[in-house]
Design a protein around this ligand. Structure first.
Ligand code: PHE
Length: 385
């Protein structure tokens, strides 16, 4: 039988010619003692460990593969069983050794490194600064708007983002199949064809459904603001996003007039954008308010002139006015849906408004692309810290 060069890394798997139990035992014994020797040397560096692993386990020319080829495959029929068993034992030993040394190697790598640098720590140097996050500009604007209304005595209400057709459309006076629904296309939850239309689920397109939900729970008078996330079928671009944020307002009492709406919103805009801002209402349409309006404020970038020096003012498209929200007097048809909770349209009146938080943040901070708000790029967000 071939002799192996025991004790050096030059060990090569010998060809077996004698398949007696004794010869097999001897060959296996030699191999395992080489395994032990090499394992002992392989755990202090990752490269050594990898060389060790490949030398024993590599499918191509690893020692285990050679043992298989040179001992088992060549074994005469009558010895196959015994050789097979021995080869299996060897396999388990090798795998175990590789696993153990990997553990030792990893432990060594983590515990030895700090120990070696610990000697050189200069405690008079400043520590490692951990960057502190900054409040996201959209959330900051969200909070500011909510607090303006809280100071006026409004409470905060919230509602579900996954909403039924009833609350998102029907109870807000968008009849089934009415074209006004097209202006607020959204994602519908799949597989609901068997449900009646009003129970079908969708991602809410505005925070207005919470008007109904709140009026179902609370009797008049109410004054609430409703911040939340909404979705629309709008591909993302510099001024659109399929997901954005809104803040809704609702005030219902006896004798609420359009004058109250104007006064409240004029005050809120001055609180948000500065006292020199002027407001301006233009007629509009929403199914759930009548009359409806869009609120414009004088452009706080150019102060209403439409110009920035010699250049045209882009945010207001040179008009000097910026549209900030939709609003109106609650439509009596909406009250009909919650009449039983004290909202008799002949006795109460109210106003509602809804604004896009992201758009206001965009204008307030002079950001030129809405997408920055959603990308989570720290370089962008840091500027608001
Ligand atoms: N819900 C409307 C929208 O998303 C805004 C709005 C709210 C208009 C309340 C009037 C009253 O466009």
């Amino acid at each position: 039988m071939t002799t192996s060069c025991r004790g050096t890394l030059a060990y090569t798997v010998p060809k077996l010619t004698d398949y007696s139990a004794a010869a097999l035992e001897k060959a296996a014994g030699e191999l395992l003692s080489v395994l032990k020797e090499e394992a002992d040397k392989s755990w202090k560096s990752e490269t050594d460990w990898k060389t060790f692993r490949d030398r024993w386990l590599s499918r191509k020319n690893g020692i285990l593969t050679l043992v298989n080829d040179l001992w088992l495959k060549t074994a005469p029929k009558e010895a196959k069983r015994a050789v097979g068993q021995k080869v299996n034992e060897i396999k388990l030993e090798v795998e175990h050794a590789v696993e153990m040394t990997e553990g030792l190697q990893l432990e060594w790598a983590t515990t030895s490194q700090p120990a070696s640098t610990a000697d050189s720590v200069d405690i008079s140097l400043p520590g490692v600064r951990r960057p502190i996050g900054a409040e996201h500009p959209v959330m900051k604007t969200w909070r500011e708007i909510v607090s303006v209304f809280q100071k006026l005595g409004y409470s905060v209400a919230e509602g579900p983002v996954v909403e039924t057709d009833y609350y998102n459309f029907e109870a807000l006076n968008f009849p089934p199949n009415h074209p006004a629904r097209d202006t607020q296309d959204t994602l519908f939850i799949a597989g609901q064809q068997s449900k009646p239309q009003r129970e079908r689920l969708l991602l809410r397109t505005h925070t207005s459904p919470v008007q109904i939900r709140t009026m179902e729970k609370m009797r008049p008078p109410i004054r609430i603001v409703i911040p939340g996330t909404v979705h629309r079928n709008d591909p993302p671009d510099a001024s659109h996003s399929p997901m954005f944020h809104q803040i809704e307002g609702l005030a219902v009492d006896t004798n609420i007039t359009f004058g109250d709406l104007k006064g409240t919103l004029d005050h809120a805009m001055k609180a948000l954008f500065g006292s020199s801002v002027k407001t301006h209402f233009r007629p509009s349409f929403f199914p759930f308010t009548e009359p409806s309006a869009e609120l414009y404020v004088t452009c706080f970038i150019c102060g209403g002139s439409g110009k920035r020096g010699a250049d045209p003012c882009r945010p207001c498209k040179q008009t000097g006015w910026i549209e900030v929200l939709g609003c109106g007097m609650v439509d009596p048809n909406v009250f009909e849906f919650v009449k039983d909770n004290g909202y008799d349209p002949r006795k109460v009146s109210g106003f509602a408004f809804g604004m896009g938080v992201d758009r206001l943040a965009l204008l307030k901070y002079g950001v030129d692309d809405l997408q920055y708000f959603f990308q989570g790029d720290v370089r962008f967000l840091q500027q608001f810290g």
